[in-house]
Design a protein around this ligand. Structure first.
Ligand code: C2E
Ligand code: MG
Ligand code: MG
Length: 719
């Protein structure tokens, strides 16, 4: 879905700008063209209007000239005043009323009475008053006063004969031969009707198309322009068909512009395509990066980020009991990495991931969280039981050693399971619970699965409390310490003491080393605790000449490269020879980091310390350790002492161990001697030294020193 969306987005990203610029160019070009076209059309309309007015003016001045020629004439005076000579009027003016210049002629007395009226060569029963209406009085007022001299008045008029150009002049003599008979003059009026023919002539002459005259009242006809008479009143309207040169130009240029824009877009297209391809490549890379960011390369499994996303998604759609998360941590992976090389370790990770793929069903989400940690997310009804099934499957899968290019890698798996309960939890919380359960599996001896329960949380917060308290005691150098004597089997003389850490007595609680030592290991306090105990023990033992001191050391202490130097410094500080110090560590230490332990033993020997293998016989440790690591002493675990009397198996192990130890010239110490019988059996079996409640419980240094004034301890005396 995301991919499709991005494609569409990308396409839009490229197509949209093109589309927008195309539309923009078209729009702006049209806008400009329209503007030009409208303005050109307006100019043309204005020109036509001016032409119509010019045509009217020209016709009026022509008619005015004709009137002037006929009215200012001695003969006209002679024949129109007094009793008008109708004959003369007809011959002179009436018969010419079809001429090109005028088609109506009137002779009017100063009082407005029509003396003669002709139209189209015929006398008409039409008075000048009827012809001109109110305009007649205005003309007479202007022209009849003889004193004013000669002038003409031309106007436009709407007459019963049609819209017309009208011109009038007073009939006055030109010479002194004829006397003007009265003070008020008769008036000659010519009218020229704007016939269709006449208008057509004007149209062609003045380049105004389809010129038509309409009543002034028709001024609301589109494009109608009102023509006024001589006194500024509307006479009639002129209407013509406007030429639209702008439109024509627009049509032409529109196509030119369209072609140009098309060319421009065509030129831009390759650029856009290149742009599109570049963007698409970038997008593909981005998607690849997104996938890569969620994939673990070594195992080809989704990584932690991916798991968190899946978890968040599935948590939303799951209800109580429908989701479970497994955390798997490989036991002994580090040892494989150390024993061989990292390439082998990498292949082991890949092989384990391949196994997970076979074990898990489709729809169960696998993930590598990093290092040797994996996860399986189950979203199904009764997810917890399916998760347990998967855990069993994983344990079975890792049971047999892996064969990596001919190298044998034996690992185990500690698995934590967290189930979705009825309360809402965050992905981080589910992961935390699975992690805690996994740690619990590890602490309980590894190679097993544990399901989270709130009790683990309580234990964890308890552990935090213990760690906090312990940190304070260590800082103040206030820790308890007890010493347990180690006895020579042959003469039962005390040959050494083992220093055992004790929870400070002033604390409100009582904790066994079995409780606080693991906490110290887990919370990073074991090195400081070890150093403190060693320092205190050295101080005590420095007052006891020649006495050997055994101290216990955890795996985490060995991983520090400064460990041996630290021991050396402390023993030097108390002026104790390293030969009097014995370092004990368990099989678990060897198993965790064999190579490091081997090096540490070498370093310890180089400085003069001796080394003992503690609790031998509890784990699966084999004789292999005895040969491979140069131990000075082997301490048989007290479980062997307890069983040796009645278990032939144990007897065999004890005897075998003693034989090998003799071969390696290592001493054997029997732990957990509680009775005289235990002591006898172990001495007969060949143990060199013994330790146990029978000879002395762990006790304070002072008590121990008081108890052994003779440096001899009998079982009865200490019991
Ligand atoms: P460990 O080194 O094997 O110490 C011997 C343990 O056996 C001591 O338990 C001791 O009290 C117990 N024990 C001795 N004789 C007998 C006996 O006859 N019968 C029985 N039932 N038990 C006997 P403790 O003191 O509880 O120590 C437990 C473990 O804690 C030690 O086992 C050691 O591994 C660890 N530990 C003690 N102190 C330290 C320390 O300072 N540093 C480190 N790293 N570990 C320590
Ligand atoms: Mg010990
Ligand atoms: Mg022990």
């Amino acid at each position: 879905m995301r991919i499709g969306g991005t494609r569409i987005g990308l396409t839009l990203l490229v197509v949209l700008p093109l589309l927008i610029s195309a539309i923009g160019m078209f729009w702006s070009t049209s806008y400009v063209l329209n503007g030009i076209s409208v303005s050109v059309n307006k100019q043309e309309e204005e020109r036509a209007w001016q032409a119509v007015k010019s045509a009217m003016n020209a016709a009026q001045s022509r008619l005015a000239g004709t009137v002037a020629d006929n009215a200012r004439w001695d003969d006209a005076v002679t024949h129109t005043y007094g009793t008008p000579n109708q004959e003369w009027i007809k011959d002179t003016w009436g018969d010419f009323t079809d001429s090109i210049n005028y088609n109506a002629a009137f002779v009017v007395a100063p009082d407005g009475k029509t003396i003669a009226a002709y139209a189209n060569r015929k006398p008409v029963d039409l008075s000048a008053q009827q012809y001109l209406g109110p305009q007649l009085q205005k003309i007479l007022r202007e022209l009849t006063n003889v004193q004013s001299g000669f002038s003409t008045r031309t106007t436009l008029a709407a007459t019963p004969l049609g819209f017309a150009i009208v011109s009038a002049g007073p009939i006055l003599p030109t010479s002194d031969d004829v006397q003007q008979p009265s003070r008020r003059a008769n008036v000659l009026i010519y009218g020229q009707t704007l016939s269709v023919q006449k208008l057509r002539e004007i149209s062609s002459q003045y380049a105004v198309d389809n010129l038509v005259a309409l009543p002034a009242a028709a001024a609301n006809v589109p494009n109608a322009r009102v023509l006024t008479d001589a006194w500024g009143n509307p006479a009639f309207s002129a209407v013509w068909r406007n030429r639209t040169p702008g439109d024509a130009a627009k049509r032409v240029y529109k196509w030119t512009a369209a072609t140009l824009i098309a060319f421009l877009l065509a030129a831009m297209l390759p650029v856009s395509i290149v742009h599109f391809l570049a963007l698409r490549r970038l997008d593909q890379k981005e998607q690849q990066a997104h996938r890569d960011a969620r994939l673990d390369a070594m195992s080809s499994l989704p990584n932690r980020i991916s798991l968190l996303e899946e978890l968040a998604e599935k948590l939303q759609s799951s209800s109580s009991g429908e989701l479970a998360l497994l955390f798997i941590d490989l036991d002994g992976f580090k040892a494989v990495n150390d024993a061989y090389d990292h390439a082998t370790g990498d292949k082991l990770i890949a092989a384990f991931a391949a196994g997970l793929r076979v074990i898990a069903d489709k729809g169960e989400v696998l993930s590598r969280l990093g290092g040797d940690e994996f996860a399986i997310l189950v979203a199904a009804p009764s997810a917890a039981s399916r998760a347990q099934q998967l855990a069993e499957g994983v344990l079975k899968f890792v049971h047999d050693p892996f064969d990596i290019n001919g190298r044998t890698a034996a690992i185990g798996a500690s698995i934590g399971i967290a189930e979705l309960g009825s309360e809402t939890v965050t992905p981080a919380e589910i992961m935390r619970r699975a992690d805690i359960a996994m740690y619990e599996a590890k602490e309980n001896g590894r190679n097993q699965w544990r399901q989270f329960d709130p009790e683990l949380d309580r234990k964890r917060s308890d552990d935090f409390q213990i760690a906090r308290e312990m940190r304070e005691y260590i800082a103040r150098g206030e820790f308890g310490i007890a010493y347990q004597p180690i006895i020579s089997a042959s003469d039962r003389k005390i040959v050494g003491v083992e220093a055992l850490a004790r929870w400070p007595a002033r604390s409100s609680r009582r904790l066994e080393p079995g409780q606080f030592v693991p906490v110290a290991e887990e919370h990073g306090l074991i090195r400081e605790l070890g150093a403190l105990i060693f320092d205190m023990a050295c101080r005590d033992i420095s007052t006891w000449p020649h006495m050997r001191l055994s101290i216990n050391v955890s795996a985490a202490q060995l991983t520090s490269s400064a460990f041996v130097q630290e021991l050396k410094q402390i023993s030097e500080k108390h002026d104790i020879s390293p030969r009097r110090i014995e370092v004990e560590f368990t099989e678990a230490v060897l198993k965790l980091n064999a190579r490091r332990t081997k090096n540490a033993i070498k370093e310890l020997h180089a400085e003069g310390f001796t080394v003992a293998l503690d609790d031998f016989g509890t784990g699966h440790a084999s004789v292999y350790y005895l040969q491979d690591f140069a131990f000075d002493r082997i301490k048989l675990d007290r479980s062997m002492t307890r069983n040796v009397a009645f278990s032939p198996e144990t007897q065999k192990v004890v005897q075998g161990t003693i034989l090998i130890a003799q071969g390696l010239s290592a001493d054997i110490v029997a732990e957990g001697i509680e009775t005289e019988e235990d002591a006898k059996i172990m001495r007969l079996a060949g143990c060199h030294q013994m330790q146990g409640y029978y000879f002395g419980r762990p006790q304070s240094f002072e008590t121990l020193r008081l108890l052994v004034p003779a440096r001899k301890i009998r079982g009865a005396s200490s019991a």
